[in-house]
Design a protein. Structure first.
Length: 96
């Protein structure tokens, strides 16, 4: 299965939870044309948001991607499953 197809399926699962609607913007690799952990993927999001890196929260299940984002000054957190992701979002006051 092509990578973009896998990413679409994963995003559809996330969207079905209602979580996606809690964010103003999301940057999906298959939409922006930049793959993580390339700095271009993160810099694209920063430019589009018009903010500085410390004002961006990045959550991922890949330590490599989290390390790459953190190297740019982004608030980057590792979440290996839904429970860990929820915990990170709670830490930032996004969910209770």
């Amino acid at each position: 299965m092509p990578r973009a197809t896998v990413e679409v399926i994963l995003f559809e699962k996330i969207a079905a939870t209602g979580l996606a609607s809690r964010f103003d913007r999301m940057f999906l690799s298959y939409e922006i044309g930049h793959l993580k952990p390339s700095p271009d993927a993160f810099l694209h999001a920063i430019r589009c948001l018009g903010v500085t890196a410390p004002n961006v929260l990045f959550i991922d299940d890949s330590a490599t991607n989290v390390t790459a984002a953190a190297a740019l000054g982004i608030q980057a957190r590792l979440a290996r499953n839904a429970l860990e992701a929820r915990s990170v979002l709670a830490d930032y006051g996004i969910v209770l």
